[in-house]
Design a protein around this ligand. Sequence first.
Ligand SMILES: [Zn+2]
Length: 498
Amino acid sequence: MPRLALALILSVFGFLPGHASAQATAPTAVYDGEVNHYRVRIDAQARRAEVDADLWLGGDLLSMFNVMPVPGLPNGQADLIEQLQVRDAQGRLLPSEDLGAGDFKLQGGRRIKAHYFVRLDHDRYAWPAGMEEVSYHTDEGLMVTGATLFLADGGDSMQGPITVEMKLPEGWLAQTPWMHDGASNRFQVFSRRELLSNALFLGTADAETFDVGGVKLTLVLGKRYVPSKALFLDLLRTQLASYQELFGGRPLERRYLIIINNGASGDGGAFAASFSQFINGDADARNRVIWGYVMAHELLHFWNGLSFAPADTREEWFKEGATDYLTIATLARNGLIDETLLFKRLENVPRRYLIARMAQGLNMSVRDAGKDKQPNRQLVYGGGSLAAMALDVELRVRSHDRVGLPDLMKRLYADYPLPDKRYKLEDIARIARQLTGEDFQPFLANAVESTGYFDILPTYKDLGLRMDSFVEEMFISREPGTTAEQKARFDAIFAPAR
Ligand SMILES: [Zn+2]
């Protein structure tokens, strides 16, 4: 069950620091036109990172973003910063005040030189979204996200180009989604978001770059997974091709990094141009139903969530739910799951929703569940994918199978490009109306704004399927008396393309 979690929430919702309200004084000085440069030195044991940052600080906040408090670290990742010293361009020490939650207040509107250490102990703590979204060690190196290492301008954006230079232990290489800047461990980074919302791997792990449909994909594999490389590549190529067709274009980014290592959770997290995935044990064709699903889900976020995104957390259901549902549909169409596994997936969707509503007692609407995504994940993902599937089928039924969810996704992708635009529920309803000539507001209100129990049986019926259930036991089968329209609709969504 992939969870995109805070990594994406923060990248999508603009990386607000903990104390955005603390930005009191407006910058009076004019940006000096120089490069923002970070130099990172990782010690031989990879226990400590030493960072020198030469930055233009527009406002009064120097911030570590994406911090999450965990037991033992009330200020989250920021509590692993040591010996922070900030100087002005002339080398004079600037006093800074620790506001907590990763924010340091100091006199900005000038160039600063920050020096600090980050203790690389992140894998000793229990992160709400998992350490695969923060940092962890393997015997081949270190996975670390940009937000875990870099303090940056805590204001609305960072002015000027950004370069990063890594000094690594002997024999290590930096694998990043950034552009190389001449030397092997030097990079150009195009925005603060690219700097912070990405997973990096520093070390000796196998890394290979592939050109897949105009996207440069670098696959970093822990050694246990090198024998499975062809299996991963097959899935990545196949799914990437389906998504390009589904959304009608390439994703926002042109370079992607995928990092795979062994981890019990089997979970993953997507960032601006990278994702970090754990697989529990070896990866083979048989357990592809698990790891392939996580991989395909995170890959789909390169469009839904990272090329276009909702205005706020109320549409988390759509970002996660449509991603989950379309992951299932495309895996089936590509023959990566057979009908038996497809039906199991289609049984799991309403089961997650039932668990959320009945066992967890989550009685808010599916939209409202997005506000607190991790605790409410069964409702966000389960209720969200149920709603996305019902929306797809409803679009098809009302348009006499002329349009479906892929047409709506194409419009969102074309009309709401990040970083300039973001969509709302009204936009989904409006596009659905434009596509079908029908009012979808009542449908959406019932599916995601209601606190009642959404009935999915009519959706399955319209697909020529029936679901027999007893509490949490769900059994999907083909309805013998299905009509030709229902059969064709099922085939259009799920049948392997021949
Ligand atoms: Zn996700």
